[in-house]
Design a protein around this ligand. Structure first.
Ligand SMILES: NC(=O)c1ccc[n+]([C@@H]2O[C@H](COP(=O)([O-])OP(=O)(O)OC[C@H]3O[C@@H](n4cnc5c(N)ncnc54)[C@H](O)[C@@H]3O)[C@@H](O)[C@H]2O)c1
Ligand SMILES: O[C@H]1[C@H](O)[C@@H](O)[C@H](O)[C@@H](O)[C@H]1O
Length: 318
């Protein structure tokens, strides 16, 4: 039985604790922490997990770690887990800057084995997996374009315009790299007329991604669209199109519930088999954050911005 520690017991931390405790097999939650100590105490007591004062204490008390705290704290905890030689599943983003992600990549390379997985759950969603199999199987000839929409009914009061890139569209940045096996080489962010539900946000955004092999992807983010949580995708190929299935949902928990289950079950199973995660890597986390940085620059300047990645270490080549 894998003894899991959870750092950050907010929305997704609680959702993952629920699935580890009542849905999945092979793991149990033994340690939790949160800077909100009252929250951590309640969540820990409900599942019989020890409540620790710091993330580092949680890492010491478990076999593998889930980092579900706010993005700016991810680097510290992921580095501490690598330092302790423990597998760590980090919710997106891996870290909030490309240079912080590079420090994580470098630490993993120095350690010599894969320990980090990033929470890009779309790779585990049945509809996305079907789309990828069909596109990769040549059903529509060579893919040329992809249209994506990422619509949230609403967002919390602390949500800022850049978060449509770094918090929301970051899922599409990872998804298209995985879908087509190509890096994103340039990004341009366009700012349409604003939705008045957005209380001052620039919403929606229209993001144009250029892939290394010439495929172009457009991503609409609308984060105050009221009618529901709607994730769309359509690949245009030489001989036809493929459309992503999936219902309009209430929110991300509802739409991706099964994908989160599969993501963490496969993580538990991979650790049981080899001790190493097989899902999205620290390199994938770095590549997505590099696109986010370029996207924020494009939002500010209105220009097309190229994405420059470092050379990929051999640890991440397979
Ligand atoms: N994969 C997905 O679809 C998905 C969905 C939601 C959230 N997320 C990611 O998960 C993370 C958490 O998001 P959330 O919606 O649960 O937010 P949240 O605010 O509900 O929960 C985060 C919790 O982390 C705690 N925290 C913050 N800094 C901490 C620190 N340094 N040490 C310990 N605890 C700390 C907060 O007190 C809070 O309880 C974010 O990185 C977010 O982007 C991913
Ligand atoms: O943190 C959430 C989460 O990542 C969701 O999957 C996404 O749809 C939201 O826009 C984002 O705010």
């Amino acid at each position: 039985m894998l003894r899991v520690g959870v750092i950050g017991t907010g929305m997704i931390g609680q959702d993952h604790i629920r699935r580890l405790t009542s849905v999945l097999s092979g793991a149990r939650v033994v340690a939790v922490t949160d800077v909100d100590t009252t929250l951590a105490a309640g969540v820990g007591a409900a599942v019989g997990a020890a409540v620790h004062p710091t993330g580092e204490d949680v890492i010491a008390a478990c076999d593998a770690v889930l980092v579900c705290s706010w993005g700016p704290s991810h680097e510290q905890y992921v580095l501490a887990a690598i330092d302790a030689g423990k597998p760590v599943f980090c919710e997106k983003p891996l870290a909030t800057t490309a240079s912080a992600c590079r420090r994580i990549v470098d630490a993993e390379v120095a350690c010599g084995r894969r320990l980090v997985q990033v929470g890009f759950m779309r790779r585990f969603d049945d509809a996305y997996r079907k789309l990828r199999n069909e596109a990769g199987g040549g059903a529509i000839g060579a893919p040329l374009l992809m249209h994506c929409a990422h619509r949230n009914r609403d967002v919390p009061a602390y949500y800022r315009t850049e978060m449509a890139i770094v918090d929301t569209a970051v899922h599409e940045f990872d998804m298209v790299r995985w879908m087509f096996g190509e890096d994103i080489v340039a990004i341009r962010v366009l700012v349409p007329r604003s939705n008045r539900n957005g209380a001052g946000l620039q919403d929606p955004l229209l993001i144009i991604l250029e892939l290394a092999n010439g495929i172009i992807v457009d991503v609409e983010t609308s984060v105050n669209i009221r009618y529901g949580y709607d994730i769309r995708g359509e690949i245009v190929g030489e001989n036809g199109t493929l459309t992503l299935g999936g219902p309009v949902a209430v929110d991300w928990r509802d739409r991706f519930q099964a994908a989160y289950d599969t993501e963490l079950q496969e993580w538990i199973d991979a650790l049981g088999v080899s001790g190493h995660p097989t899902g999205p890597s620290a390199w994938d986390g770095y590549a997505a954050t590099a696109v986010c940085e370029a996207g924020v620059q494009s939002l500010r300047t209105g220009s097309r911005v190229e994405v420059a990645l470092a050379e990929r270490p051999s640890l991440f080549l397979s």
